[in-house]
Design a binder for this molecule. Structure first.
Ligand SMILES: [Zn+2]
Length: 293
C-alpha cells in the first residue's frame, strides 16, 4: 500500500495527461471510471489447471475491493451532491461501503480481503489499482462507486445500480463471462434492497484502442485493465447521488452504507462459492506503463 501511495504523484500527472489526450475527458465527476492510460501491459499466458471451489493452491479466496476516487490535489475527485444543507461526497461513501464489505467478508468467510487504499484522503491511479489486484492474484476485483449524472438526477430520471463490466466474445472471453456473472450476482443483491437494477453497462473504446489480439478494447479503465491482467474485475455503481430517492433511501446514512456494503459482500460470497477460484494465468509482471497507448 505504501508503495502505491508513493507512486501517486508521477502517475497521477501522467493519468491526467493521458485523459486530456484521449479526447474522452468529458465530465470530471465521471472521469475516474472512464479514462486512464490505454493499457496495463500485455501478459504472457501460461495455462495452469483450473482450481475448484475450496481446493488447490493456497486454498483461500482472494478479494480486492477498490473504493472509488479519493482526494486529488486537495479536492475530492468523485461526484458530489448537496441536499438540504448537507454535501455528500462519493469519495467518502465508497470508502464506507468498502469498509462494510470487508468487515462482512472477514466475519463470514476465511477469504483474504484487500483494499486498494485505506482512506478517502488519497487516490491511486486506476492502472495501479488493477495491478495491485493482479499482484495478489485476486479471485474477484470489485471497484465500488456511486453514480451521478450531469444536471439533476431526479429531473433526468436517472436512478438505480449498474455495473461497468467487460464485454464478452473477444479478448480473454472466459474471464469476461465470469466477470459479468459475478457483477450480475452483486447487482441482484443490491436490487433486493430496493434499488432499481439497471444491469450491465458495456461500452467499447471510443478512440480505437484494441486488445493484443486485435479485438476492440473496453472503454472503462477498470474492466479493461482487468481483462488485460486476466482477472475478474468490474465497477459497481451504487445508485445516483443526485437522484433524491436514491440519496435519501440508500445513500445518506451509516445504515445505508452498511446495507450496501453487506449486499456487495453477499453477492461476492454467492458468486465465489459457486464459481470457485479464478483460472490462474501466470504472467510476466512487468508492471503497467502509464501513458502507453
Ligand atoms: Zn465514481
Amino acid at each position: 500500500m505504501i508503495q502505491l501511495k508513493n507512486l501517486l504523484g508521477a502517475f497521477g500527472r501522467t493519468l491526467l495527461l493521458a485523459a486530456l489526450l484521449s479526447g474522452s475527458f468529458v465530465f470530471a465527476a465521471q472521469a475516474e471510471e472512464e479514462v486512464g492510460p490505454a493499457f496495463a501491459p500485455p501478459v504472457t499466458k501460461t495455462v495452469v489447471p483450473e482450481i475448484g471451489p475450496g481446493m488447490g493452491l493456497g486454498g483461500r479466496m482472494v478479494v480486492v475491493l477498490d473504493p472509488g476516487h479519493g482526494k486529488t490535489e486537495g479536492h475530492y475527485s468523485g461526484c458530489r451532491f448537496e441536499y438540504e444543507g448537507v454535501t455528500y461526497y462519493e469519495d467518502l461513501i465508497t470508502m464506507k461501503i468498502a469498509g462494510y464489505t470487508k468487515a462482512y467478508l472477514e466475519q463470514h468467510t476465511d477469504y483474504r480481503v484487500y483494499l486498494t487504499k485505506d482512506s478517502a484522503e488519497v487516490t491511486v491511479p486506476l492502472d495501479q489499482r488493477a495491478a495491485f489486484a493482479a499482484s495478489v492474484q485476486a479471485d474477484l476485483f470489485v471497484s465500488q462507486h456511486v453514480d451521478s449524472i450531469p444536471g439533476n438526477g431526479t429531473e433526468r430520471n436517472a436512478y438505480g445500480v449498474s455495473s461497468m463490466s467487460p464485454a464478452v466474445g473477444r479478448y480473454n472471453n472466459e474471464i469476461a463471462c465470469q466477470s459479468q456473472e459475478a457483477a450480475n450476482t452483486i447487482l441482484r443483491q443490491l436490487n433486493a434492497l430496493g434499488l432499481h437494477n439497471r444491469g450491465l453497462l458495456l461500452k467499447d473504446s471510443q478512440n480505437g484502442t484494441l486488445y493484443p489480439d486485435g479485438s476492440t478494447a473496453d472503454y472503462y479503465a477498470i474492466p479493461r485493465y482487468s481483462q488485460m491482467y486476466g482477472i475478474r474485475g468490474f465497477i459497481i455503481e451504487h445508485g445516483y447521488l443526485n437522484h433524491t430517492s436514491d440519496l435519501t433511501s440508500f445513500l445518506s446514512t451509516e445504515e445505508h452504507y452498511r446495507a450496501l456494503g453487506e449486499a456487495d459482500a453477499k453477492g461476492i460470497i454467492e458468486y465465489l462459492e459457486k464459481a470457485g477460484k479464478a483460472p490462474r494465468l501466470i504472467t510476466e509482471q512487468t508492471g503497467p506503463k502509464p501513458g502507453m497507448s
